[in-house]
Design a protein around this ligand. Sequence first.
Ligand SMILES: C[S+](C)CC[C@H](N)C(=O)O
Ligand SMILES: N[C@@H](CCS)C(=O)O
Ligand SMILES: [Zn+2]
Length: 351
Amino acid sequence: MGFGSVVVVKPASLALEEYLNNNGYAVIDGGLATELERHGANLNDPLWSATCLIHSPQLIRRVHLDYLEAGADIIITASYQATIQGFEAKGLSTQESETLLNRSVEIALEARDIYYGSHVEFSCDSTGNGRAHKQRPVLVAASVGSYGAYLADGSDGDYGKAVTLSTLKDFHRRRVHVLAESGADLIAFETIPNKLEAQAYSELLEEENINIPAWFSFNSKDGLNVVSGDSLLECTSIAEKSEKVLAVGINCTPPRFIDGLIQTIKKVTAKPILVYPNSGETYDPDCKEWVQSTGSTGVLDEDFVSYVNRWREVGASLFGGCCRTTPNTIRAIKKMLSKGSAAISQTQPPY
Ligand SMILES: C[S+](C)CC[C@H](N)C(=O)O
Ligand SMILES: N[C@@H](CCS)C(=O)O
Ligand SMILES: [Zn+2]
């Protein structure tokens, strides 16, 4: 950390700590882009889901709300593939691009407000006075997708020698800064494909004096390493060393690999572990379509959810879904976890 900088403890870390202390888990939402697509959005565009920030913000808000209704405690914004460079390539000004980044967070905050407004509970204190309180705290995580996501060419984190640490820092710097000031509770660095990009994020958190916490979530296609082939142990160690990273884990990876990946991650970190796998299908970046993987059928919601208790047993505490999962997946995850907690509390003495 730079001389004189101050780590400001923001409510997100407290809220997350509270979830983990009280319940032992928190629920993340499911796939956003693929859910927008299921509702008719056309994502065949270099901006992928970020195109909806321009054309259908109300649909994004609808999907956030569906995930809140399904039980998500954390919702992730539509900024995964929203980059200043990507918007500028569409002819938008820098100012307009930054406004869209802010808009991604505003939409999620609006969904949260609507959700709170329609789920107010009342209770009476000992003097008979009524008090309204919120159902549960909801955290808004501002998504940051990788440089490879922006390239939208299926390069999977293998960027070649011309892309250095400073290329990646320069690429992400302003976006991370804008999102950190947007009112989001935390930054979700998602689908991280390699060590260099994790290092770039970690340095940016310090250099830009980012004062909201972050999570680092890596992507694997073989169940052993991250997608570029870099070691998951080394990638996790970068997250472990950063005071600003409050959780680390895996997303957009087939469910069958998650168990082994959690076991690897926990060798090098004591931070909470998050998992939000995809449906088990494979993305074809050329036609921008999901296809069934060879040797495996995409998993159905029921099958996906049957893994959750195992993931909890091996050490994960934040659970959700990524591409091709839906509000039904999240509803089922929440149900499974709350059943598990009830069973645990029944086997423990009441003191
Ligand atoms: C996690 S992948 C499905 C993201 C989409 C990709 N960057 C694309 O634009 O096609
Ligand atoms: N938060 C993003 C991740 C894509 S891999 C989404 O759900 O669309
Ligand atoms: Zn995904």
